[in-house]
Design a binder for this molecule. Structure first.
Ligand SMILES: [Zn+2]
Ligand SMILES: [Zn+2]
Ligand SMILES: [Zn+2]
Ligand SMILES: [Zn+2]
Length: 353
């Protein structure tokens, strides 16, 4: 077999996004049908390879088996927090100042939190299109393993506390989990009942819009940010439409390559560069971390596409409407051009408002 022919053939069958090579064009087409590559995927600043998650981009740049050339340049002028490549070493130094957020150590907020102040939620429609919610759980049930929400916190985009309160659970508490929650029985005795807390939060999120009327775009209702919100909402016995939820535990670019969730503690260390959840855990700290992660993901600059989701009606049939032989005639770049993401990239939130 002629080897020169073989290599140009493989080149023609190389995915323009993840650089996987296929022996036959039909295999590349099949790969494109199922991989949902798009401009929203984390991308290597050196070789422009698309990665499914920041974790796989990290592996590509840092290891254990990095791409040698990309690793070399990343070591020289890459940012280990946002994984971008800067122009020079000096640029990296200047960039790190802005990229490396300081944990919010507002002592006053913490003290007020401990005294249970600010459990009045002021409904002020001017404050926040986006809010982060965190619950802290104590244990119920005979073995204390049932999660009962005992404390909540809600912050706005500027990390200001909108609401925080201890919560009186519906069921008896059998384990206060004091080492991590810092919660004592007397804090909950006269706390706001769960039902009232949930209602207050839901009213604030819906912001005057009936819950069944909430749509993904427009409207008055707020975007809800959190980590593992399914569980938090379940413990609050509350519902909120998925289209308004931005969950750092379920956002594909922030997940493990195994498609499992990362812990908030890990994400904060890896993508914000600081530690949380040491000793007694304060829900405010988690709220701030999830909000910072959300803002970082939202502020990413991605090329604007028409109809950016694979599920948009205009894209639904992209690969189906072309005939197989037409697809096989296209270059890898052309195939990538009309491939769309199968998840909602949070950068799109910046385009709506
Ligand atoms: Zn690919
Ligand atoms: Zn995007
Ligand atoms: Zn690379
Ligand atoms: Zn950075």
């Amino acid at each position: 077999m002629d080897h020169r022919y073989e290599s140009s053939e493989t080149l023609r069958n190389k995915c323009a996004a993840c650089y996987r090579q296929f022996n036959k064009k039909e295999h590349l087409v099949e790969h494109m049908r199922t991989s949902y590559h798009s401009v929203h995927e984390p991308m290597c600043g050196v070789c422009k390879k698309h990665c499914r998650s920041f974790e796989s981009l990290r592996e590509h740049l840092i290891g254990p088996l990095p791409k040698a050339e990309c690793e070399r340049i990343f070591k020289e002028r890459g940012c280990d927090i946002c994984l971008s490549i800067l122009g020079s070493r000096n640029d990296v130094r200047a960039h790190r100042e802005s990229c490396h957020p300081r944990p919010n150590n507002n002592g006053l907020v913490y003290r007020m939190a401990n005294m249970g102040i600010q459990d009045e939620l002021r409904i002020d429609s001017s404050r926040g299109r986006v809010v982060a919610l965190t619950c802290k759980m104590v244990g119920g049930g005979s073995d204390g393993s049932l999660d009962l929400c005992a404390r909540v916190c809600l912050v706005d985009e500027h990390e200001r506390v909108l609401f925080q309160s201890y919560v009186k659970p519906n069921l008896p508490v059998t384990n206060y989990r004091y080492e991590t929650t810092g919660i004592r029985p007397e804090y909950l005795r006269d706390a706001m009942p769960l039902r009232n807390v949930s209602r207050k939060i839901q009213e604030f999120l819906c912001n005057g819009e009936p819950i069944w009327q909430i749509r993904s775009k427009g409207g008055r209702s707020r975007i809800l940010v959190g980590h593992g919100l399914d569980h938090d909402l379940k413990c609050l016995e509350m519902e909120y439409p998925a289209i308004k939820i931005r969950d750092t535990a379920k956002y594909p670019p922030l997940m493990k390559t195994s498609k499992l969730s990362n812990s908030l503690k890990y994400l904060t260390k890896a993508y914000l560069g600081y530690d949380i959840q040491i000793g007694v855990q304060h829900p405010y700290e988690d709220c701030v971390a999830t909000m910072k992660l959300y803002m970082r993901m939202k502020s990413q600059y991605h090329k604007k596409e028409n109809y950016s989701l694979a599920t948009d009606p205009q894209n639904k049939n992209n690969f189906a409407s072309w005939r197989q032989n037409e697809l096989e005639m296209m270059t890898p770049e052309q195939l990538l051009d009309f491939s769309r993401s199968d998840y909602y990239c949070w950068c799109l939130d910046s385009q709506d408002y």
